[in-house]
Ligand binder design. Structure first.
Ligand code: AMP
Length: 391
């Protein structure tokens, strides 16, 4: 149950509402290459506009080093947003200070103001109270709809709440409900699929899911560390030596729950044009490295996925950026889409694989937050959510 005060609980008519959105989108040559996060915020933005509010949008974009790091400007995002809404969209070249104050003061009901990148101020990531106060001073009310940033305790995600009546937006609510239900009240069997480069990033997630899920299917580079921990020779594969002991403990705890690859696709170098071959577990020759799960592994994982009541997937099964090593990831995308399960996908790479496959509409919920969804899978409290007022 989502127990936070909602945007619908606020009287927004004639008010200025500061909305923290996650507009951290990929931009190439000044153009947005994937606007999922922007369109996902539209229900909250449109609700506020339709109910007579003036909407002030705050977000970070990327990891700028200085305020003049203009490649991280939110101006292209504001321009893109203007094509998606009927309302006039203004842009303020700073998120606090005189420029922002003037723009916010001039904003009328039914209009949108996009503030410049909050991370142009180092105080943002320090959750500096003065920065939070300055953001709050722009508006009458605060709505947090930035699920993708909810795992950060920053001034615009968790600090500003102290100075304004606050509530959750529709996207934040939807994300928390889907993931929360999947983890705490799953239709069984509950299958988690975890991939990506490193086990060290996901130890907490595996640990928590071992208590909640019925099976955890492991792929990607992190499978190598597990297999090395079981004593298999992995040759030139990516193996995190410092995590071998942890991997052993997880295998011991996981017993039959943890499923590992039984065959693999090898490469003779880390390159899109590398020579490839498929080998069974234990047959990685010197000079070769594992870059994808093999066809027998796909078969076994697919069967498990087709039988699932709930599937949660985060992380690619191989180096899917190279087409020769993308088969495993795409086969898993297909299996998740083919299953009748409640399916939830998070993390940039797995989301990109499902989108590239054209199977996105077969998935119950595609999360806009990779890091935030991982922290939920880990059982951690999200600071952006915790800071909001309870119902
Ligand atoms: P992460 O950010 O931890 O989810 O990792 C994603 C990255 O893991 C992708 O860029 C993949 O190319 C990489 N990856 C997946 N499988 C492997 C592998 N077997 N060896 C090396 N890198 C991998």
């Amino acid at each position: 149950m989502f127990n936070k005060k909602m945007v619908t609980d606020l009287d927004v008519k004639g008010k200025k509402v500061l909305v923290r959105v996650d507009f951290n989108v990929p931009i190439k040559d000044g153009k947005i290459s994937d606007d999922t996060r922007i369109t996902a915020a539209l229900p909250t933005i449109n609700y506020l506009l339709e109910h007579g509010a003036a909407v002030i949008l705050a977000s970070h974009l990327g990891r700028p080093k200085t305020a003049t790091d203009i490649q991280f400007s939110l101006k292209p995002v504001a321009d893109h947003l203007a094509n998606l809404v009927k309302a006039p969209v203004h842009f303020a070249e700073d998120c606090v200070g005189e420029v922002a104050q003037k723009a916010a003061a001039a904003l009328k009901p039914g209009e949108i103001l996009v503030l410049e990148n909050t991370r142009f101020h180092p105080e943002e990531e320090k959750n500096n109270p003065e920065m939070a106060k300055q953001l709050a001073a722009l508006a009458d009310l605060f709505v947090n709809d930035a699920f993708g940033s909810a795992h950060r305790a920053h001034a615009s995600t968790a600090g500003v709440n102290a100075y304004l009546p606050s509530a959750a937006g529709f996207l934040l609510e939807k994300e928390i409900q889907y993931l929360g239900n999947a983890i705490d009240n799953p239709k069984r069997p509950f299958i988690a699929i975890l991939g990506g480069a490193k086990i060290s990033d996901k130890i907490g997630v595996i640990d928590n899911l071992l208590q909640k899920a019925d099976h955890i299917l492991i792929g990607g580079g992190m499978a190598n560390t597990f297999l090395a921990a079981k004593g298999y020779e992995m040759a030139d594969s990516l193996v995190e030596k410092e995590s071998l002991e942890t991997a052993k403990t997880l295998i011991e705890k996981g017993k039959s729950k943890l499923m590992l690859p039984v065959d693999m696709v090898l490469a003779d170098k880390f390159d899109a044009e590398a020579e490839t071959k498929v080998v069974p577990l234990g047959d990685v020759p010197a000079g070769w490295r594992v870059l994808d799960i093999g066809p027998e592994t796909v078969k076994a994982y697919r069967l498990t996925i087709l039988d699932a009541g709930t599937v949660v997937w985060n992380g690619p099964m191989g180096v899917f950026e190279f087409p020769k090593f993308a088969k495993g990831t795409f086969a898993i995308a297909e299996a998740v889409a083919d299953s009748q399960s409640i399916s939830i996908i998070g993390g940039g790479d797995s989301v990109s694989a499902i989108n590239q496959s054209g199977l996105a509409d077969k998935i119950t919920h595609i999360s806009t937050g990779g890091g935030a969804s991982l922290e939920m899978l880990e059982g951690l409290e999200l600071p952006g959510l915790a800071a909001l007022t309870d119902k």
